[in-house]
Design a protein around this ligand. Sequence first.
Ligand SMILES: Cc1cc2nc3c(=O)[nH]c(=O)nc-3n(C[C@H](O)[C@H](O)[C@H](O)COP(=O)(O)OP(=O)(O)OC[C@H]3O[C@@H](n4cnc5c(N)ncnc54)[C@H](O)[C@@H]3O)c2cc1C
Length: 398
Amino acid sequence: MARDYDAIIVGAGMVGALSAVLLARQGMSVALIDRHDGRYALSVPPAYDARVSAISRHSQQLLSEAGAWQRIDSTRLAAYQKMRVWDGLGQGEVDFDCAQTALPDLGHLVENNVLCQGLMDAVQDTRGVDLFLSDMVTEQQRVNGRVEVTLASDRQLSGQVLIAADGARSQMRDQFGFNMVEWDYGHHAIVTTVQVDRSHQDTAWQAFGDEGILAFLPLPSVNDEHFISIVWSVPPMEAEALMALSDEAFCQRLTYAISERFNAMCLTVPRQAIPLRQRHAKQYIQENVVLIGDAAHTIHPLAGQGANLGFGDVGDLVAILTKAFKRGEDLGSMMVLRRYQRARIIENVLMSASMETFKRVFTTTQPAIVQLRNTAMKLAQSSAFIRNKLVAHASGIK
Ligand SMILES: Cc1cc2nc3c(=O)[nH]c(=O)nc-3n(C[C@H](O)[C@H](O)[C@H](O)COP(=O)(O)OP(=O)(O)OC[C@H]3O[C@@H](n4cnc5c(N)ncnc54)[C@H](O)[C@@H]3O)c2cc1C
């Protein structure tokens, strides 16, 4: 006999866990399934984890509503007040500063494991969420207007709607036969944590140029020692060569690539190279099934927006399902789910298209394009209006 829920969420990563808490807080019964055991290995600073995310102010708001933000140890959060972007092949440079806006900061950097643990703790304290950890879906079918799943543990669950939040390689998306548009970005992202010789000034630094796309993201300083998370996106052959360097030689390349604004002293965690693919589901919904987060779309990390887009999905989906729940509508009906698709697909497609354009424009060495992008950066630097618009967009403030 299947246990009944309003929503079954597959995937308790950042996006799935946030959805579970927010839906349950609105009175819906939720089953949350993940193959993970829900315990994240937290590194000890300054050996900050290599996987870090820039969280926008809008995402922070949602995480606070779920009670997850408050559970994150504040010494693991780095607010960044400024952002400096420059073109290594020209003089183009743009500075963003929260002091020129009404915002206290432009966002926060947090390790993925720290954020996921905060969310998992919030899930465990939320009435209305049943957790099925170290488990996964082995069978799924639609029965009498509901969706039924069988888990590896043999348990059977039934829900009005199944929310697939099982990440970029979503098994649920494939099982239900959603079509995707996807291609390789021709980039691998090298991520690690670096100790640098001077303060990062609570600033996120980003260089574009023939050294690839390099983000230097501030992490909390410890005993006046300064640490930075890097995301360095380069073509696969270049990534292979960078991964093969000794730590010392890698730090020298890094110092050169960041135009010696910092001296990269040493790595505090091993490097990881992550192949980057753009993916977008052609449809986010089917009867009783909906895709959110990386299961629906993945983008280039150059603007640090992937998880923020996923949190945006959560905000809109929770608002739409809550309204439908209060009206007594079927949460899995196409009528309800279409409202979510309409709310999200244009914003997500536009963000994906912008990342593709940025990637192309900022990695070419064609003189005409290099000149054009430097002109655009100078224009943005001279116009507070343009800069404020860009900040508002990146913060997710509508
Ligand atoms: C190098 C890099 C840097 C990035 N930087 C940023 C940034 O600065 N800011 C930002 O907003 N975004 C960033 N992103 C994007 C961000 O990491 C992702 O968008 C985000 O982690 C997606 O969260 P998710 O919950 O949708 O998926 P995931 O984090 O992949 O979670 C999926 C969950 O589903 C579970 N799961 C998977 N398959 C199954 C299954 N079959 N059964 C049960 N459970 C399953 C997994 O265990 C996991 O818990 C970056 C990405 C990369 C690659």
